[in-house]
Design a protein around this ligand. Structure first.
Ligand code: GLC
Length: 562
C-alpha cells in the first residue's frame, strides 16, 4: 500500500454506488463488480460508508449491531471476497466506524431502557432540570439534544444527532473494551484502514450545564479526555498493525487539536477531516441559508490550515465533497457552461495541497446537485428535520426548497451514474432515492472522451503517486487577497510546483496585477491544465488589445525542476 503522503482515497456511499441484486439499494457485491473501474482510476484505498445492521434512520450511521452486516447490503462471504480482490488490485478497504453513538435499536440501548444498570452506563442518562431538559444543548440535526425516557418522570438520554442515535458513554471502561473488541473483529478480516465518524465528540464534560454561547458544542468538541481515548484506541487496536491507515472526522475542531490527532508522534490517528473550509457559504455560520461562497475566506482558511498543520507536523485529509456535502461543481464551480473546466479546476485546487486527497463517488465524472423539486424527493433526516424547522420559522415553501436544493446532504446521495441505460445503470429497479434533475453525466461517456473530467482525475492521481514535491513539500500561498485567483507553491528539496487557479467563469487579463506578478511562473513548464490549447496560441489569434492571462476556471500546474 502507498504511504499516506502519496495515497489517494475514494469514498463509496454504499447505498448509492452500485446495486447488484436489483432491490434499488447499492450493496457490497456492487462494489465488488466495480473494482476494475476503481483500479483503472488508480485509487489506493476505498472507504466504504457503514454497512452494519441498522434501522437506517440515518442510513447506516445508526448501528444496531456492530458485528453484523445488513443483509440488504451483503454478507461476510462477499465482504471477504471484496477485501481479497481489492488487495489483488493493490487497493485497501477502509471501514467506517460509528462510535460516538449507537442506534437506539442496539441491544445495549434496549437493555439500558429495561433498567439494566450495566447497559445504562453505556449511554448518557441525566435528570431533567426545572421540568425541562438537563441542558439547553441542540442536536446537530436540529431540535433538543435530549430525549425524554418514556415512562420515567424526569429522565433523558443524550443524542447529539438524531433521537434514534444515543450517545455512548466513553467514560465507562466496559464500553471502551466493547469498542476495542469490535475493532479487532474487523481488523481480523484484513481491512487496511478505518474512518472514525465524528470521533472528536466522544469525550463529554464532567459537568453538564447550559451553554450561553453556542448550541453546547464547546463542552464536548475536542472534549477533556479526547486525546487519552484516541491514544488508548490506537494502542489497543489499529496501532498494533502499523500498516493501517486511519482518519478521524473532526466536527468543529481546532488546529491545535488536529495537530495532536494526526502528528505521528502522538500515536492517535493518521489524519483528520476538518470542515472549516466548507462553511464559507454559511451566512453568519448558519448552514440553512443561501449565500454565494466567500472566496477570500476559503483561501484564507485553506492557507491557515496548510501552514499551521505543516508546522505542527499534523496531516489533513483533503476534500471538497463527501456524502454530507453538496456537490462541489455545483457549489464552488459551474455545473452548466463551464462544467468541464470548473470540475477539473476544483479537483486541482484540493488535490495538490499538503495532505491526502479523498474523491467522493461521482465527483470524478462531475456529478452535480440533485435539484429536487419536491420535499417528497428528500430522504435525509437532517434535511427533513430542517424542512420542518424552517417552516416553523415562517419561511415560504419555495424558499425552503431552494435552500435544500443548495444545502441538503441528499445532493451527494443520488445514485452513481454509470451509463445511459435506465437508472443510469445503477439498478434494475427504481433506486431508493431518485437521480433528480442534475446533469446527465456518466462514467461511460467520461471514459470515451479523452478530455473528460474522469481522465483528468487519473492524471492528478498519477501525479500524487509519483511526485515527491506534492507528497512532502511545503506550502506557500501566492497572491494573497486576490479576488479571483487562488495560487500556491509547493516546494521540496529545491524543487517547486506552482498551482494557479481561476475560480471564476471570466477571463482574467494580462493587465491584471495578479497575472503580472505571476508572469515568470506562468512561463514555466506546464505539467497539467484544463484547457487543451495553450493560452499563448489563443492570444496570437486574438485581436483584442488586452491579452488573456487566465481563461474561465482555468487551472495550471507548472513545475520548476528537471
Ligand atoms: C457524520 C456522518 C454523517 C452522520 C453523522 C452522525 O457526520 O458523516 O453522515 O449523519 O456523522 O453519525
Amino acid at each position: 500500500m502507498r504511504n499516506l503522503e502519496h495515497a489517494v482515497v475514494y469514498e463509496i456511499y454504499i447505498k448509492s454506488f452500485m446495486d447488484s441484486d436489483g432491490d434499488g439499494i447499492g450493496d457490497l457485491l456492487g462494489i465488488y463488480e466495480k473494482l476494475p473501474y476503481l483500479k483503472e482510476l488508480g485509487v489506493d484505498y476505498i472507504w466504504i460508508t457503514p454497512f452494519y445492521e441498522s434501522p437506517l434512520k440515518d442510513f447506516g450511521y445508526d448501528v444496531s449491531n456492530y458485528k453484523k452486516i445488513d443483509p440488504r447490503l451483503g454478507d461476510f462471504k462477499i465482504l471477504k471476497d471484496l477485501i481479497k480482490k481489492a488487495e489483488d488490485f493493490g487497493i485497501g478497504i477502509m471501514l467506517d466506524m460509528v462510535f460516538n453513538h449507537s442506534s437506539t435499536e442496539h441491544e445495549w440501548f434496549k437493555k439500558a431502557m429495561e433498567g439494566d444498570e450495566k447497559y445504562r452506563n453505556y449511554y448518557i442518562f441525566k435528570e431533567g432540570k426545572n421540568g425541562t431538559y438537563p441542558t439547553n444543548w441542540i442536536s446537530k440535526f436540529g431540535g433538543p439534544a435530549w430525549k425524554k425516557v418514556e415512562g420515567k418522570e424526569n429522565e433523558y438520554y443524550l443524542h447529539l444527532f438524531h433521537e434514534t442515535q444515543g450517545d455512548l458513554n466513553w467514560e465507562n471502561v466496559e464500553l471502551r473494551e466493547e469498542i476495542f473488541d469490535i475493532m479487532k473483529f474487523w481488523m481480523d478480516l484484513g481491512v487496511k484502514g478505518f474512518r472514525f465518524d465524528v470521533i472528536n465528540l466522544i469525550s463529554k464534560p464532567e459537568i453538564f450545564k447550559d451553554s450561553t454561547t453556542d448550541d453546547g458544542r464547546h463542552f464536548y468538541t475536542d472534549g477533556p479526555k479526547i486525546h487519552e481515548y484516541l491514544k488508548e484506541l490506537n494502542s489497543k487496536t489499529f496501532g498494533l498493525d502499523n500498516s493501517i491507515l486511519t482518519v478521524g472526522e473532526m466536527s468543529s475542531t481546532s488546529i491545535e487539536d488536529s495537530i495532536k490527532y494526526s502528528n505521528k508522534e502522538e500515536k492517535e490517528l493518521s489524519m483528520v477531516f476538518t470542515f472549516h473550509h466548507l462553511k464559507v457559504d454559511y451566512e453568519n455560520g448558519d448552514k440553512w441559508t443561501k449565500m454565494p461562497f466567500d472566496f477570500l475566506k476559503l483561501k484564507e482558511i485553506l492557507s491557515t490550515w496548510q501552514i499551521k498543520m505543516s508546522k505542527g507536523r499534523g496531516w489533513n485529509a483533503q476534500f471538497l465533497s463527501n456524502h454530507d456535502q453538496p456537490r462541489q461543481v455545483s457549489r464552488f464551480g459551474s455545473d452548466d457552461k463551464y462544467h468541464l473546466e470548473s470540475g477539473k479546476m476544483l479537483a486541482t485546487a484540493y488535490f495538490l495541497l499538503r495532505g491526502t486527497p479523498y474523491i467522493y463517488q461521482g465527483e470524478e465524472i462531475g456529478m452535480t446537485n440533485a435539484y429536487f423539486k419536491n420535499i417528497e424527493d428528500y430522504k435525509d433526516v437532517e434535511s427533513l428535520n430542517y424542512y420542518e424547522i424552517l417552516k416553523k420559522e415562517g419561511l415560504e415553501e419555495k424558499e425552503i426548497l431552494e435552500i435544500l436544493s443548495l444545502k441538503s446532504r441528499d445532493n451527494a446521495r443520488t445514485p452513481m451514474q454509470w451509463d445511459n441505460t435506465k437508472n443510469f445503470g445503477f439498478s434494475k429497479k427504481e433506486p431508493w432515492i431518485s437521480n433528480g434533475n442534475g446533469k446527465k453525466v456518466t462514467v461511460v461517456d467520461n471514459l470515451k472522451d479523452e478530455n473528460s473530467i474522469l481522465n483528468y482525475y487519473k492524471k492528478l492521481i498519477e501525479l500524487r503517486h509519483e511526485d515527491d514535491v506534492l507528497a512532502y513539500g511545503n506550502y506557500e500561498e501566492l497572491l494573497i487577497g486576490h479576488e479571483k485567483i487562488y495560487a500556491y507553491k509547493r516546494s521540496y528539496n529545491n524543487k517547486n510546483i506552482y498551482v494557479v487557479l481561476n475560480f471564476y467563469g471570466e477571463n482574467i487579463l494580462k493587465s491584471d496585477e495578479g497575472i503580472k506578478k505571476l508572469k515568470e511562473i506562468l512561463s514555466l513548464e506546464k505539467i497539467l491544465g484544463n484547457y487543451e490549447k495553450n493560452n499563448n496560441d489563443i492570444n496570437n489569434n486574438n485581436n483584442n488589445n488586452e491579452e488573456i492571462g487566465l481563461r474561465p476556471y482555468e487551472c495550471l500546474v507548472l513545475k520548476e525542476y528537471e
